[in-house]
Ligand binder design. Structure first.
Ligand SMILES: *Cc1c(COP(=O)(O)O)cnc(C)c1O
Length: 341
């Protein structure tokens, strides 16, 4: 029997099409895993949570937007890189629910907006772009001054941190853990491993905590796309501590296993090695599934390398969470078909 969560979910606005499909990757399993004693590879299609709003951030924003509405906010303020999936999702969620959206973006504004930035514009979000230096030096100050600006216009703001990863946002993947374990049970197995890309840590935090509360006995590993393993050890624990304080549930954080693989993060956030682009092309050809170069491409590439090393040998079923990000493919088009200069 599947356990249910020992605590009630907070208020939530239904935005995602759930449950998302759980699919078996037959050709990947046959090529990379089963003949070598590895597990069957499954993919949880959280890239299909919606159309424009697709991806993992929508699960978190169901809880975050409900709280913003409960607090009487008219404006959502959030932040990220110029190609942030989280900002694009927030822009479209705001449009759907009638919030104004202010984005604080890191990077450079380009003449022809592409990918996620194009969608931010289409959704009518207000966009302010800052240099990476100013952004990292003064992010909290930027949130404060935008909130003060809207207040002076008589509008109340709700600030959402990077990736909606905090004690509230991680409810999205606590709840998704229950959904995923039920999907697996329907298909007649209980997973040995769950893998996801980790960037601001909330997806990993929610899955780790959810699977722990459900006593699923599964190992959840985050494949870092930036920063270090230690960074995510700390960040995931911070999100979970905040969740404990808000929910009144107490857990022994020391005994909670936080598993991070930082071997495939590549040169920097948003910058990938050529092999990652090859993996993206391979999965599109073999399975008809689109990964992105910033998150899922790096993580899935990492999974294939770990399978080649035999690191999942002896386990039966592994689930990769497809966290979305397809719009991020387009600004990277030149990496797929490089032309000699
Ligand atoms: C944000 C994001 C992630 C990482 O999720 P976090 O909760 O921020 O760690 C993974 N994949 C995609 C496509 C994302 O947009």
């Amino acid at each position: 029997m599947l356990k249910s969560l020992p605590i009630e979910l907070p208020k939530r606005l239904r935005l995602a099409n759930l449950p998302t499909p759980l699919q078996s990757l037959d050709r990947i399993s046959d090529l990379y895993s089963l003949p070598y004693g590895g597990p069957r590879i499954w993919i949880k299609r959280d890239d299909l949570t919606e159309s424009g709003m697709s991806g993992n951030k929508l699960r978190k924003l169901e809880f975050v937007a409900a709280e913003a509405r409960a607090q009487g906010a008219q404006v959502l303020i959030t932040c990220g890189g110029v190609q942030s999936n989280h900002c694009r999702t927030t822009a479209l969620v705001g449009a759907r629910l009638g919030f104004k959206v202010q984005l604080i973006l890191r990077g450079k504004r380009t003449a022809n907006p592409d990918g996620n930035l194009l969608l931010d514009e289409l959704a009518g979000a207000e966009i302010a772009v800052y240099s990476p230096e100013e952004y990292s030096r003064n992010l909290q100050g930027l949130f404060d001054s935008w909130a003060a600006e809207y207040l002076s216009r008589g509008q109340k703001s709700f600030c959402i941190p990077t990736g909606a990863s905090d004690g509230l946002g991680i409810w999205g993947y606590i709840s998704a853990s229950q959904e995923l374990l039920a999907d697996c049970a329907d298909r007649g197995f209980s997973p040995d491993h769950i893998l996801c890309a980790t960037g601001s840590g909330g997806t990993q935090a929610g899955l780790t905590l959810g699977c722990h509360l459900l006593e699923a006995g599964v190992k959840v590993t985050g494949f870092a796309v930036c920063d270090s393993a230690n960074y995510f050890q700390v960040k995931v624990r911070e999100d979970i501590s905040q969740w404990m304080a808000q929910s009144g549930v107490s857990l022994d954080l020391e005994s909670l296993k936080i598993l991070v693989n930082a071997d495939y993060k590549g040169p920097a956030y948003g910058v990938a090695e050529p092999e990652v682009y090859q993996t993206i092309k391979e999965l599109a050809c073999l399975e008809g599934i689109l990964l992105d170069p910033v998150y899922t491409g790096k993580a899935f590439h990492g999974l294939l390398q770990e399978l080649k090393k035999g690191n999942y040998r002896g386990s039966d079923n592994l689930v990769f969470i497809h966290t979305g990000g397809q719009f991020g493919l387009f600004p990277h088009r030149a990496h797929f078909f490089p032309v000699a200069e």
